[in-house]
Write a protein that binds this ligand. Structure first.
Ligand code: ZN
Length: 109
């Protein structure tokens, strides 16, 4: 995979993370096991699928700048590896150049 492709994928994922951060805003006082729809944060062009996460699950992804949550099978093995898997979603961690983009664009600084 070339650098441009890797950058585009990273930018895509960062954009979806931003959408999810605004979806998450305002959902603080709810049960920990309640499921909420979030955007799949994958780098697949045109993906607009939703995944269901509890807020603690979502927070545990956001605690790491280089991690994203995706539908199972939407991961791109060349730039990311799966660190966690449930029956609803997978959590991936970006590698190398993609990880730098993810860290630089983290809305939580
Ligand atoms: Zn996807």
């Amino acid at each position: 995979m070339d650098d441009d492709t890797e950058r585009r994928i990273g930018a895509n994922e960062a954009a979806f993370r931003k959408v999810n951060e605004s979806l998450r805003a305002g959902k603080t006082l709810v049960a920990a096991d309640r499921l909420f729809p979030f955007r799949c944060e994958c780098g697949v062009l045109g993906c607009n699928r939703l995944i269901e996460l509890t807020l603690p699950e979502y927070e545990s992804v956001r605690a790491h700048a280089a991690r994203f949550t995706l539908l199972d099978g939407h991961e791109i093995p060349e730039t990311e590896h799966i660190v966690h898997r449930t029956d609803r979603h997978v959590v991936v961690e970006k590698q190398s150049a993609a990880a730098r983009i993810a860290t630089d664009t983290d809305p939580r600084g």
